[in-house]
Design a protein around this ligand. Structure first.
Ligand SMILES: Cc1ncc(COP(=O)(O)O)c(C=O)c1O
Length: 385
């Protein structure tokens, strides 16, 4: 059986044509044509004023925090269960990440935990749209406004999702996207910073090009800054993908529906679930197993892998991994974040690549059911984590 990948893009002749055109023609006076087109189309798609192409979402979070003036002595609240890229830029700027708990249903930042984590040092919160799901953005924005905290929305995984009819990635002072090869819309590697704030945009543009003012022809640097630019070939790829966005999102919705049809009703399996007023497009279809199966995500991944199916683990709480676990904030988070610690050990991302077919999903689900069947009988023995 052909190995089933966990994530991957849909690339057609359109993408090949655009990239070919960029590599052939996007030089000299036309060097930025594809950046301009991609940024303009992306901002329009989201309904925001500005979009800025970047080499990654990590660099977008980094620039957003710098442009907001976050630095040493500040605390930034981030959900405990997310990819480290949501938190690492907090550390880059010399601020302290504070790990809040996630919501039981959406697996995204809990508004209640966010509020409980606020101290006089809190400057910003990074609200992550985990696996395409959406946190309670109204509640988070209301708390942030009341307490004078800036919101950055990490929509790396959530292109196409909606909250109260508004697209994710259009909330907060700034929002960020990832176009990594695993994402719904890809540029291979890449990211976008979006904002309605002209000043924030100008500061981010300045910082991303070694502290030069945009358009500077004198190679004159005012500050020591960064070099964060996307290539025109990547921008061309992104534009082609964006022009196919409805098709890509439709396939993601179909993938979730097929899984839902196969797995709903199996006791002990919880799939991604949408909160009221949200319309998520799941980047990764994810299951959380009841502990009664006595199967850790690591063991389940191994068992699936032995059967030619690649899965990914639900993100480990950041407060549990070596990169952060020795910090004071991590110790506090481990004591506080019961939901993150209850869900993370038993969560698995199922193959959600854009080359998934109904037949492949049936294979994944049949395999999963077989393993779990054994897992239950073996709750008294074999296959225990
Ligand atoms: C939630 C989240 N934030 C940030 C990132 C960082 O994206 P990139 O790899 O483009 O830097 C990712 C990437 O997977 C992510 O999943």
């Amino acid at each position: 059986m052909e190995r089933i990948s966990v994530a991957g893009p849909s690339i057609t002749q359109k993408e090949i044509d655009y990239v070919t055109d960029a590599v052939t023609n996007a030089w000299y006076a036309g060097a930025n044509i594809y950046h301009d087109r991609f940024e303009k189309a992306f901002a329009e798609y989201l309904g925001v004023r500005y979009a800025m192409t970047l080499p990654s979402c990590t660099s977008a979070i980094h620039l957003a925090l710098l442009a907001l003036g976050v630095g040493p002595g500040d605390e930034v609240i981030v959900p405990d269960a997310t990819w480290i890229a949501s938190a690492a830029p907090i550390t880059y700027v010399g601020a302290t990440p504070v790990f809040a708990d996630i919501d039981e249903r959406t697996w995204c930042l809990s508004a209640k935990s966010f509020e409980a984590c606020i101290t006089p040092k809190t400057r910003a919160v990074i609200a992550v749209d985990l696996y395409g799901n959406v946190p309670d953005l109204d509640a988070i924005e209301e708390i942030a406004r009341r307490r004078g905290i800036v919101v950055v929305e990490d929509a790396a995984e959530a292109i196409g999702s909606e909250y109260r009819g508004r697209k994710t990635g259009s909330f907060g002072a700034a929002s960020v996207f990832s176009f990594h090869g695993s994402k719904t819309l890809t540029t291979g590697e890449g990211g976008m910073l979006v904002t309605n704030d002209e000043k924030l945009l100008a500061r981010a543009q300045f910082l991303r090009d070694h502290g030069r003012t945009p358009g500077d022809k004198m190679f004159f640097n005012h500050e020591v800054a960064y070099k964060y630019k996307m290539s025109s070939m990547q921008a061309a790829l992104g534009l082609a993908q964006l022009e196919r966005i409805e098709e890509l999102l439709e396939h993601k919705r179909r993938i979730f529906k097929w899984y839902e049809e196969e797995l709903t009703g199996i006791e002990g399996i919880t799939l991604n679930s949408a909160a009221p007023n949200t319309s998520p497009v799941y980047w990764m279809v994810t299951i959380v197993l009841d502990p009664k199966f006595a199967l850790s995500k690591e063991r389940l991944m191994e068992l699936m892998s032995e059967r030619n199916i690649d899965c990914r683990p639900f993100f480990h709480p950041l407060s549990s991994i070596p990169a952060y676990r020795e910090t004071e904030q991590a110790a506090a988070a481990r004591a506080r974040n019961v939901v993150s610690y209850r869900i993370a050990p038993y969560g698995l991302n199922l193959p959600s690549a854009l080359n998934m077919t109904e037949e492949k999903i049936r294979t994944v689900c049949e395999t999963l059911r077989t393993i779990l069947g054994r897992g239950v009988t073996a709750a008294s023995g074999a296959d225990r984590p």
